[in-house]
Design a protein around this ligand. Sequence first.
Ligand code: HPA
Length: 234
Amino acid sequence: MTIHIGAKPGQIAETVLMPGDPYRAKWAAQTFLENPELVNETRGMLGYTGTWRGHSVTIQGSGMGMPSLSIYANELIRDFGAKTLIRIGSCGGMQDKVKIRDVIVAMTASSFSTPSSGIFRELNFAPCADWSLLQAAVLAAEARKVPTHVGGIYSADVFYDERPDLNEQMIRHGILGVEMEAAELYNLAARYGVRALALLTVSDHLITHEALPAEDREKSFGDMVEIALEAAFA
Ligand code: HPA
């Protein structure tokens, strides 16, 4: 048990999938895991542990934003021994070629203020995904014929950003999408020598202003959960 995770020792698997939304954790666990058991409900940040093809897996909500994810990732790694952490989230598309429902595999994540990067002082540390997970996720997505993009994303501090010129520069430099958690996850994974990856379905678009219809969200999210599970145990 930690301050934010009420699970008992041994109740968290070495492989953890992390959606931002705790209800997505519940849905994914009940849809894809066998014998899912609720292992955390502290602050409503639901976490479940079950099995997938015989492998033990935890699906734990991270909350929104890097400070929230940082709390859960730190405790999962340091106190519960998590070794593979895969964010399964949504993002806003930032390139014309990136369409609603596509999956983005984040090779790296740019940010203004990754919470844990203060340790580097003035060094602009480039947090990156684990190669084995990234490669396996791309192969799993291709096998499922899910349109996939691999590249850099932007982990923002504010959802309601009022600096459109910033987005223009991100777009110009090929950033595929914007979300709010991956840079911190990659930073912590590097620090503690564990594997991390962020998979993101494009739920809205900063150029076209399209949005994924609510009724399509489950299907798109489900494809990504399966890609994450296949990558984790490839
Ligand atoms: N901005 C930031 N985070 C997001 C977005 C967005 O447009 N869409 C999904 N997560």
